[in-house]
Write a protein that binds this ligand. Structure first.
Ligand SMILES: O=C(O)CCC(=O)C(=O)O
Length: 234
């Protein structure tokens, strides 16, 4: 497991230039396996959803909404009442990295989510900027997402793809994805040939900027995709 107090100049520069950076082996494997059991257990009803904000479909605006097939947990209270979710939400190395990447003295977690894409489900995550939802940039606030696979992610199994350097542009206009979805997507089409897949192992963390365009294709592989993400602002 990697521990650190200060990010390397290389990591900081990669984030500044590309709008994201991967830190390998940051989260201990015991916490990863505990979280995987917790996420599956809450979605299957084996564990109680303690004070959780939302458990169920990722987006469920209409019966035609592909977002319905994303099974999701969203927590907006901190500390979280679930002990394992609280452990990742209060994981110090994530907060330290978020602070340094945002160049702020403080990084506060304001949301946690888990998202499952089972093999064969037609449930892409539309291309979006997180700040298309949050609008922190308009208030001169910073925000960052720490995205963490609980199982290995590949280009085939619905990993997240990022558009490098897109954080240097504006907040784009966002519209409802597919016209039926609660998910939002950038209104203009993006150059998919420039997208980069996050092929990561459990324990790795990818941090992305609030303006970096990202999303995911459906899981066309044979292995499950289970990820969690913590969102920090300052
Ligand atoms: O993993 C995904 O499908 C999308 C996650 C996402 O949009 C995020 O963590 O900001």
């Amino acid at each position: 497991m990697q521990t650190f107090k200060t990010l390397s100049p290389h990591a900081l520069e990669h984030y500044e230039e590309q709008g994201y950076v991967v830190l390998q082996g940051l989260i201990p494997q015991e916490l990863i396996s505990g979280l995987l059991d917790r996420v599956d257990g809450i979605l299957e009803g084996r564990y109680e959803a303690l004070g959780l904000h939302h458990v169920g479909a990722g987006s469920d605006n209409s019966p035609d909404d592909p977002g319905r097939l994303n099974r999701q947990i969203v927590v907006v209270e901190f500390p979280a009442q679930d002990p394992v979710i609280n452990e990742i939400m209060s994981f110090k190395a994530l907060e330290l990295a978020a602070r340094q990447l945002m160049h702020r003295d403080v990084a506060e977690i304001f949301q946690f989510q888990a998202m499952v894409k089972e093999p064969g489900c037609d449930n892409p995550t539309p291309w979006h900027q997180d700040d298309g939802y949050w609008k922190y940039d308009h208030r001169d606030q910073k925000a960052i997402t720490a995205w963490m696979p609980l199982l290995a992610t590949t280009a085939e199994n619905g990993t997240m793809w990022l558009l490098p350097e897109s954080h240097k542009g504006p907040i784009h206009e966002h519209v409802q994805a597919g016209g039926v979805s609660n998910y939002r997507t950038v209104a203009e089409s993006i150059d998919e040939s420039k997208l980069v897949p996050l092929e990561l192992s459990p324990g790795d963390v990818s941090f992305h900027h609030q303006k970096t365009i990202h999303g995911a294709f459906s899981n066309s592989g044979t292995k499950r995709r289970v990820i969690v993400a913590s969102h920090y602002h300052s």
